[in-house]
Design a protein around this ligand. Structure first.
Ligand code: SAM
Length: 483
């Protein structure tokens, strides 16, 4: 198996693997680094990545260690290279030509080279759908109690954001020839191009031996593994994550036993019983009145196979943007024997904490009290204020001298109200006395409004393992009850 850089990226990138260019905060660009000439596009240096912070030959990036800052290079652009560069710059998302110009003129453009992780991939991945972001998936995976070696079912796969995080959570080494597996993450997606794209991406990321992508409508066809010329097999899942418009429709296929047609019908009707849960019309085409693959109405000559691990409790989470969907899902969960049902909304807020200077709002000193980026800058501005203070002092002295000599008119000194000026000067003096506070700044914090996240309700539930009479007897035999 090709090792995945998501699990072990080494200390630097290897040719033909994924890297992330960190352009600035929350802005990352995925890039496959090539050493071969075939991606050179007319550049003498081989393949080159053009960004608005300058040009970066892949060869330079391949030599750099993860986490390092890489400075932009002057590249030898032949005519094809120039064309490509223009094109790259044009398509560079949110292109900022001023930043590019400044970076180029100063020769100081740089990026940081980061290894791929589910977090960096989530920020930079090509969006095919809404995605689950890190604040939600880190919480979900923790609540699902997924551990290395377990199996998780996911539907729908969408853009693969959750899939990458799930793959890392269950990764327990690569499967061997003698230990064939279906993949520790089984993800289902009914939109064929999305399923194909996800499959391709996972192959490129070396995750295809851990994740199995199936193009399927899970409402109708459930979660079993179909192998050519073999009976359907159970993935023996320990945990389930459903990011679907109508999770209750998938729940009827996540049972330990075949459902009676009556229960299947009631569960399928959960949406109407709950009011008007309206699954996103674009995504959900299934007809809730259809029986699923998991009912008595199906061919009962085939043995029932549950997709769930018979020996462990199953932890489940559904992700739904509206409360009507939650109500329908919870109604179905109750009917199907799920316990510990619990809804959570993750309200992630990023707090911006910084020091702000105490302002000197005197006329003539405006602009001086803009927030200082560094202590040096703050001290520089303080000196500027002090200079102005001295200047005012000299003017005041000259003015009072001129008044005494009766030559104020000739001296062309400022005619404004002397006493109010004096009062202002006194205030400035007082503020300058607070010099320490001024240079360090006052600590302030604000909520950042622009955090990328897609808020949804998370419904958690647990399906207990079956407990048979044989298990009870075995237990009693092992731990006899005395007395
Ligand atoms: N969790 C994904 C991520 O983090 O990238 C995003 C999932 S997206 C919001 C929902 C996906 O569910 C869509 O891609 C849609 O095609 C898929 N879907 C909807 N109904 C489905 C069904 N019945 N079976 C399988 N997939 C389905």
């Amino acid at each position: 198996f090709k090792p995945s850089p998501f699990f072990d990226a080494g200390i630097k990138p290897v040719p033909d693997s994924l890297a992330l260019l960190h352009l600035r905060r929350d802005q990352l660009e995925p890039l496959t680094l090539h050493s071969s000439a075939e991606h050179a596009d007319g550049y003498a240096e081989g393949a080159v990545k053009n960004t608005r912070f300058g040009s970066f030959p892949h060869s330079t990036l391949l030599e750099s260690q993860w986490g390092r800052q890489v400075r932009a290079s002057k590249v030898d652009t032949g005519s094809r290279g120039r064309k490509k560069r223009k094109l790259d710059e044009a398509v560079s998302e949110a292109s900022d030509s001023q930043a590019l110009k400044t970076a180029e003129q100063a020769g100081t453009g740089f990026v940081h080279l980061l290894p791929p992780t589910p977090e960096t991939w989530t920020i930079s991945l090509p969006h095919r759908t809404q995605v689950v972001y890190n604040p939600d998936y880190s919480y979900v995976l923790q609540r699902l109690q997924v551990r290395p070696g377990q199996t998780i079912l996911e539907a729908g796969g969408g853009s693969g954001s959750f899939t990458h995080a799930a793959a890392r959570a269950v990764f327990n080494g690569y499967p061997t020839q003698t230990q064939p597996r279906f993949g520790k993450v089984c993800t289902f997606e009914y939109h064929e191009p999305r399923a194909e794209n996800l499959k391709k991406e996972l192959e490129e990321h070396g995750l295809d031996s851990i994740v199995r992508v199936t193009h399927r409508d899970v409402y109708e066809d459930g979660f079993l593994i179909h192998q050519p010329d073999a009976p359907q097999q159970s993935p023996d899942a320990n945990a389930v994550f459903l990011d679907l418009p109508a999770p209750w429709m998938a729940l009827r296929n996540l049972t330990r036993h075949r459902l009676s047609s009556e229960t299947a019908r009631i569960v399928a009707d959960s949406s109407s019983a709950a009011g008007q849960a309206s699954p996103d019309a674009e995504k959900d085409t299934s007809d809730s009145t259809q029986p699923s693959a998991n009912t008595e109405e199906q061919d009962t000559s085939r043995p029932f196979v549950s997709p769930l691990d018979p020996n462990s409790p199953i932890h489940l989470c559904t992700f739904s943007p509206c409360i009507e969907q939650v109500i329908a899902t919870v109604a179905a969960m109750r009917r199907l024997g799920w316990t510990e049902i619990d809804m959570v909304e993750v309200m992630h807020k990023r707090i911006d904490v910084r020091r702000e200077r105490v302002g000197l709002h005197e006329e003539g000193l405006r602009g001086v009290n803009a927030t200082a980026a560094t202590v040096d800058e703050a001290v520089g501005r303080l000196r500027e204020v002090e200079g102005k203070f001295k200047e005012w002092h000299q003017v005041s002295k000259a003015k009072s001298q001129a008044v005494q000599n009766g030559t104020a008119e000739d001296a062309h000194l400022p005619h404004d109200n002397f006493s109010s000026k004096q009062a202002r000067l006194d205030r400035i003096k007082k503020e300058l006395g607070a010099r320490k506070i001024f240079s360090e700044g006052r600590l302030v914090h604000r909520t950042e409004p622009d955090i990328k996240t897609h808020t949804s309700y998370l419904v958690f539930a647990v399906l207990p393992a079956d407990w048979s009479e044989e298990q009870e007897q075995a237990c009693r035999a092992k731990w006899p009850v005395h007395g």
